[in-house]
Design a protein around this ligand. Sequence first.
Ligand code: NAG
Ligand code: NAG
Ligand code: NAG
Ligand code: NAG
Ligand code: NAG
Ligand code: NAG
Ligand code: NAG
Ligand code: NAG
Ligand code: NAG
Length: 889
Amino acid sequence: MNLCVFIIISILLLLTTTTASQLVAGGEEGGDDRNGANMNKCLEKERLALLLFKAPLYDRRGILASWRADNHDCCKWRGVTCSNQTGHVTGLDISHFDLGGEISHTFLNLTCLNHLDLSYNSLLNGTIPRSIGSLTRLRHLGLSDNSFYGTIPPEFGNLTNLQYLNLGSVGRYRVENIEWLSHLSHLEWLRMDGISLAKQNYWVDVILSLRNLSYLSLEGCELSKIIYPYSLFLNSSFSSVESLYLGDNNLTSSMYRWLLPLTSNKLRFLYLSSNMLDGIPKYLGNLCSLETLYFNNNSAVVKFPDFLNNLSGCTSHTLQLLYAIGSQFTESVSDEIQKFSSLKSLDLSHNHLNGSISEKLWELPRLQTLDVSFNNLRVPSTYHLSSLSYLHFIDMRSCKLLGPRFPKWIQTFKRLTRLDISNAGISDTTPLGFWDMWPYQLDYLNLSSNNINGKVPDLLSNFAKYSAIDLSSNNFYGPITNVSSTLLSLNLSKNNFSGGIAFICQIFDGLLFLDLSDNSFIGQLPDCLWHFKRLKVLNLRHNNLFGRLPPSVGSMTELEVLYLSKNNFYGELPLSLKNCTSLKSLNLGANKFSGNVPLWIGENLSGLYVLILKSNNFFGTIPLQLCQLSNLQILDLSMNNLHGIIPSCLGNLTSMVQQEFLQGVEFYKTSVNYSYEIETYVDHAIIQWQGDEREFFSTLKLLKSIDLSSNDLTGNIPYEITNLYDLIALNLSKNKLSGEIPSTIGEMNNLLTLDLSRNSFSGRIPSSMSHMSLLNYLDLSFNNLSGRIPFSTQLQSFNPSRYDGNTGLCGLPLPKNCPVDEKSKVPPPAGKSEGDEEDIDEVQRWFYIGGGMGFATGFWIACGALLLNRHGRHFFCFFYFLFYDSFKD
Ligand SMILES: *[C@@H]1O[C@H](CO)[C@@H](O)[C@H](O)[C@H]1NC(C)=O
Ligand SMILES: *[C@@H]1O[C@H](CO)[C@@H](O)[C@H](O)[C@H]1NC(C)=O
Ligand SMILES: *[C@@H]1O[C@H](CO)[C@@H](O)[C@H](O)[C@H]1NC(C)=O
Ligand SMILES: *[C@@H]1O[C@H](CO)[C@@H](O)[C@H](O)[C@H]1NC(C)=O
Ligand SMILES: *[C@@H]1O[C@H](CO)[C@@H](O)[C@H](O)[C@H]1NC(C)=O
Ligand SMILES: *[C@@H]1O[C@H](CO)[C@@H](O)[C@H](O)[C@H]1NC(C)=O
Ligand SMILES: *[C@@H]1O[C@H](CO)[C@@H](O)[C@H](O)[C@H]1NC(C)=O
Ligand SMILES: *[C@@H]1O[C@H](CO)[C@@H](O)[C@H](O)[C@H]1NC(C)=O
Ligand SMILES: *[C@@H]1O[C@H](CO)[C@@H](O)[C@H](O)[C@H]1NC(C)=O
């Protein structure tokens, strides 16, 4: 205790003396009488230079807050270092400070700098002054990843002490003649990414003259455009480079000739991704130190056995990591692989491998991770493997030929912790013991989109902390009894699981994603949802769940997606649900919920994009508060017992006015290769569409729809609704609405489907409807409409039954002619008689044909409509996806 007091007092004394001596030394700048504690005091001239350097900078994160005129010792400013002996500023490092603005050249007055790094401030702008060549003490210079531009001055050649030079900066610097580089003989680390070397025919010679260079990165330098005089370096020795990055250069294999002297037996890391290489030359296979080879995204076809063969010199004993993702490898993983005795990680995903995987692969003594996903590799269903393997990661996603038998040999890999064999054409039962044989515990298991059946006895003992399990789209059945308490993600959807869902109460806190949809789970939703404070997605759709929603739903404050549709939940919505303020998508359709549509939905759940309450027993009126949901794109209150009027404020649903679309719910999801991916979750919803129920998948996010059909709504359509000119579907059918259809309805000219049938609308069909050039489904039947059907390219093309039950209507497409006085209003085309096909122009004929031929033609009809609508492009896409979905169903 006493000791502490002593120390504190000593420090205080020290501080006082320091300040005092600083005050004394105040005016005499650059004095040499430095001693003891005030050695680091900065020079006034350099302090000024730094302040002037700061002046034009935009420091959005306040990182340079310590750089102040009243803060005298600039040696203590963030990013500044000074010499112990002289007090001169020797280091200025503001890299990654997120600065903007112009670079001031006053840093040139810091003449003793040996370390200058301005890199990674993407908005820092300006040119590099020629006089930078005067900073001859520089050993470290970083100018990369800014908005600097202009020519690299030849004065760089004066910086002969440089050991580190980072100039990478996508396409903003130019180099006229790279000769200056050869003077930097101490250089050990050089990055010039994005600087075109297309005119530097001798760059290899220059590099070879840098005897100590060990790191060289020349990505995106247009190296393929160099016509290299190959003979020049024939008698030079090999470079000392250990890490060589040549990605993104459009290199073809002819470049390997000049690459030769750059690749000595010191090379440990070689990056050749994003080129057009059709293989590897044999000399690379004789590099007895190469440990890592990147060959991703090469666009030329390579036979993988040849690739292995060329690498199989002494490189095969040293190579530890081989990555060739998204290239054009063909054929098999051949027996040659057995030579690669040091291989720890092999990633051949997203290639065109279509042969078989050699048994030798599994015998590699050091192999830990294997990714051969997205190929067509054949794997025998039985292998005779030793169980000594270290393999702990296998990704064989979308290897369609893995099945149809379950790959039982996987059970040989006792150390496995991550396994993905999803979408691999497996149609089989899980082998005996599969669920209790992982002594190292799985933290990622994905068996989804196969046809695997069997019970799942235990999701607990074999799973590590924070694991993710996806068994979706299989034929698993039976109850789930035990699950791991630390699961991050559980997807059991689209199986035949049964029994209660109380098992979810075993999961605590961390869960982010839970999808149990499309199963036969039965029983109540347990009141343990306070475990799920971090849950983003809860999907229980289409099961046999029933009962009231427990109050604990309100504790899921991070929840963005809640799907409970197609169950038998009943009762009023619990008030606590209003705590779920992160909700974007709420689908409670097809249950037996009752009570009023709660006011707090509009007041509290302001982030909602999708609100589906259809097919329940909600009663009362439509609350005005719903109009506050400015993001709402899908509002479905159909098939309830709602009465009263349609609130005119629905015209305030601004997202239906703007061309913006639901972005989906983003959340982090673990993936097999340890990374966290942002997954966008836009689930499907079933929407009443053009008279049928239609399931929307990817298109759901494009849909903007209001469905209030099959209620007891009265009054007329408020004209404000017609402000929703981005709306695509409006269904008000089967209500007790009356009055005239608003004359401005034609302004909703993006509507594809409009259903006003089975109400009591009267008066004429507004002539503005003839502007609705995209309208593809219209139903006005069983109202009291009268007068002539306005003439347009499509109002005549609908089946006459869509106008049935309106005794006063006349004109095409009804067989009933209008009285003579009506004719003058919209004259039929001259010289043609009514009902004659010839009087309809070509486009209209297409509509006629389309009307009778169902959906596939609907697609082409929209293309036709494209010609008529200047915003048509957007709808082209829309229909394209619809078409696609209709096949996916
Ligand atoms: C920087 O150096 C130049 C030339 O030596 C001089 O003119 C200028 O005043 C100096 N600027 C500062 C801030 O010291
Ligand atoms: C300053 O000098 C002290 C003692 O001579 C030494 O330990 C320290 O590393 C030096 N600091 C710098 C930045 O050179
Ligand atoms: C950088 O400065 C130049 C010239 O002053 C200017 O044209 C350019 O817009 C600036 N760029 C940025 C990103 O500030
Ligand atoms: C720097 O380099 C230029 C051109 O390479 C040269 O003319 C000049 O004398 C050198 N020295 C200094 C101190 O700038
Ligand atoms: C190269 O590195 C070695 C060992 O670090 C050193 O002795 C030698 O002086 C360096 N040569 C040059 C030109 O920097
Ligand atoms: C090749 O070697 C000879 C003799 O060692 C030397 O004189 C000549 O300059 C070298 N050529 C190149 C391009 O390095
Ligand atoms: C690489 O080649 C492609 C296609 O040949 C071309 O579009 C692209 O501009 C080239 N890139 C470079 C950096 O030369
Ligand atoms: C809902 O929020 C209120 C106030 O923020 C809080 O008192 C209540 O406990 C919450 N309900 C639940 C179920 O978390
Ligand atoms: C709808 O918008 C109008 C005009 O912007 C505004 O006066 C009215 O209060 C809004 N109604 C509701 C219910 O938000």
